[in-house]
Design a binder for this molecule. Sequence first.
Ligand code: C5P
Length: 227
Amino acid sequence: MELCVALDLPTMQDNLELIEKIKHYPVWLKVGLRSYIRDGKPFINAIKAINPDFKIFLDLKLYDIPNTMADAAESIMGLGVDMFNVHASAGRKAMTEVMKRLQPYDNRPLVLAVTALTSFDETEFTHVYEKSIANKADQFAQDAHAAGLDGVVCSAYESASIKSLTSNAFITLTPGIRPFGEEAGDQERVATIEVAHNAKVDFIVVGRPIYASQDPALVVQKIIASL
Ligand code: C5P
């Protein structure tokens, strides 16, 4: 299991200070919408300048018509990131088109599909998708697998089922992790490292429990020790 640290701080400087503190740990870094819209490619370059070995997950959750998504995926190739994601609800055609467009590149990033956002509770999710989270997450994962994606973003509670329906090698990446049972914030379906481990999760994403702590490096060290 690998740790992916969410860089969700208010300014690029804050994020870079956080990265400096954890630069000696073998972690992935997650650049989300807020950071990317505000700081763009210079931020990606600044991360690599701190430590070129950092792996970067660009969490933009693409959702558009197939051709636009494939165009965006191809532009992402130029950023030098190691993983990005799309919404599975954009549909099988869109996901297939993205993978087709990336096929000629031998160094393409990993591509994951978002199933159900971990901030959804059952009531809200059913209101939007008219199915339970578990059912729909399984279906989205099967769609993503069939379209040739590398894995999905899901909650730790869906990981085991998704792997049994697709393949053990199909990556699951789970946000909403509260490593040692910390405050959930706006996340509805939170899980500890132990739950994630039992569910064979490949990547855990941790934001606030790291960047909102007094000593982010210590939290990262503790998490890595317990993976
Ligand atoms: O602070 P916290 O650990 O809750 O951060 C989780 C991170 O994972 C945030 O950056 C959030 O945008 C992201 N995320 C999520 N649920 C998803 C996909 C991404 O919480 N399904």
